[in-house]
Design a binder for this molecule. Sequence first.
Ligand SMILES: Cc1ccc(O)c(S)c1
Ligand SMILES: [Zn+2]
Length: 261
Amino acid sequence: GACCSYRLRNALHPLWQSPLTIPGGSRQSPINIQWRDSVYDPVLKPLQISYDPTTCLHIWNNGYSFLVEFDDSADKSIIVGGPLENQYRLKQFHFHWGAINEWGSEHTVDSKFYPAELHLVHWNAVVYPTFEEAVMEGDGLAVIGVFLKLGAHHEGLQTLVDALPAIKHKDTVIEFDVFDPSCLLPPCPDYWTYAGSLTTPPLTESVTWIIKKQPIEVDENQLEAFRMLLFTSDGEEEKRMVDNFRPLQPLMNRTVRSSFQ
Ligand SMILES: Cc1ccc(O)c(S)c1
Ligand SMILES: [Zn+2]
């Protein structure tokens, strides 16, 4: 059945030599969001986002993606509201993208791929003492997903793009003093939300996903800059960092809720 083919695809996917089945895998990510099957929930609140740009630390290539990490030792960059019962602290953001513009996002909407997807990763520091512990708990993480579509040049993203040549190889890092990730969010407040997992190992089922309905626009040169990064370390045979997205996972017994009608 479909579930079996998913398992096979996961096991075969080059980037995720994950165990054939995830222990009790009933809420895996990413998924296809079928717009007409999502259920408007009037109880969902608006998501409140307040980021302190000075909590930005550095940008680095971890061999899966490039990520911008934040000082999460205090409640300075947080999100609250939406589907969340607690406030969550921003830890890092990163992207997933394809080799060409036809695919690259992790989630799809009505089976449509976007060329890339931004993930802003937050953790529940109200309940858990560390990020590492939150990663193992059902309500430990909240990830905001933002789709990137091909279009106009994105001024805020360009600051990141300009830093990428300096972190071309795996395990390279550069200091990044001030950056306000809210410049990467679309103006429209509408989102879908569902209970899911990390999309990279350990694939733990600890993520409340908040997927923005409206994509942001970036231009071809900016997407090409992502594709110049390497999975490999300096001195190794070069492998371009592309297609770092996980295959779609079965919805199983889940409903995707929408904050909009
Ligand atoms: C914590 C974390 C790390 C990597 C990821 O792709 C995601 S989705 C979450
Ligand atoms: Zn991710």
